[in-house]
Design a protein around this ligand. Structure first.
Ligand code: GLN
Length: 315
């Protein structure tokens, strides 16, 4: 086993879970009713090791939307289909230092990176553009399912409709990008938006999310099914960008304090990868000022204070 004393390890995870539970900081996202309705006390943690050992605690079976966490799962799908060379003609690899929906492109008129809304819109434009929209939505959903080893991947239609209804900033971004020729020629902008809202509205649980994270931790091979979902090169690119850009404009500080590739979303989900060891999904709706789950951030810091998981922990 990769984690020989698994029950010892999970005892510590359980302790960290309880340590973070009373933290009542932050505010639940309220730009759509489907997020605002979540109880701020919800708190779930799940772990899946790269050899398939499982542990979860708290609200680990509740359904929530991936929101921006989907970006770190959509990126490897598009990379596999098109190669990094093609994808990065349309999107950069630098942190932006700005909030996720800031109306801003880099000096080449490209989104700074694929972990931002602008970058994710490019991913949507690049993903099977010649297919009907329904098939494109189904395709990404199926890939997520394979990454999760067949565990729960759903779709919240109510979230999708609300996202679409309140997406002025995303529309502004998309049109601004279109004006700067940031999309491939012949991009159907409306379908691009719809696919973006669809991926954000994909539902999962902490349990299934930990398997997705573990597939990344395991170089693209799902620990439950043994399926090679992504090449190790694709996963290397994905983890690199998660480390530098995965936590909005907290990414630099997160890399400093935690030193692990991760991706957060406005639903309060945080997908965490401990390369070659395990994947984790933690979820708690209240967010800090930068949009990251308050309990999620505390969990990550506690985790690296107990274990030598920080990339540059050389002791
Ligand atoms: N649906 C949200 C948006 O596009 C996702 C953003 C996020 O999770 N940060 O604004």
């Amino acid at each position: 086993f990769v984690i020989p004393e698994f029950s010892q390890f999970t005892k510590h995870i359980e302790e960290i879970y309880h340590k973070c539970k009373p933290n009542s900081g932050g505010k639940v996202a309220d730009y759509i009713p489907q997020l605002a309705k979540f109880d701020p006390n919800l708190w779930g943690v799940a772990v899946c090791s790269v050899d398939g050992q499982r542990f979860s605690i708290g609200d680990d079976k509740e359904h929530f939307c991936l929101q921006s966490v989907s970006k770190c799962l959509h990126y490897p799908i598009v990379l596999e289909d098109l190669t990094a060379e093609v994808v990065h003609r349309y999107v950069g690899r630098e942190p932006s230092g700005q909030t996720f929906n800031y109306l801003h492109l880099n000096s080449q008129d490209r989104p700074h990176n694929p972990m931002l809304n602008s970058g994710a819109l490019v991913l949507c434009a690049l993903q099977k553009p010649e297919w009907p929209l329904a098939d494109r939505c189904e395709y990404v959903q199926e890939k997520f399912k394979h990454t999760a080893g067949g565990e729960y991947i759903g779709f919240s239609n109510a979230t999708f409709l609300s996202e679409r209804e309140t997406a002025d900033k995303n529309y502004a971004l998309g049109y601004y990008m279109n004006a700067h020729k940031a999309f491939p020629p012949n991009t159907n902008l409306m379908d691009t938006f719809e696919l973006y809202f669809h991926t954000c509205s994909t539902e999962t649980t902490c349990d299934a999310g930990s398997v997705m994270a573990a597939t990344l931790a395991n170089g693209g091979i799902c620990p439950l099914t043994g399926e090679k979902v992504f090449s190790s090169q694709t996963v290397q690119h994905t983890l690199s960008l998660m480390l530098s850009c995965g936590l909005y404009d907290y990414s630099g500080q997160f890399a400093f304090h935690v030193g692990l590739p991760a991706k957060s979303g406005v639903s309060g989900a945080v997908l965490i990868v401990v390369p070659k060891v395990c994947g984790m999904m933690v979820w708690s709706p209240p967010l800090d000022d930068l949009g990251n789950s308050v309990r999620g951030m505390q969990f990550c810091k506690e985790l690296v204070s107990l274990f030598d998981f920080h990339n540059y922990d050389l002791k």
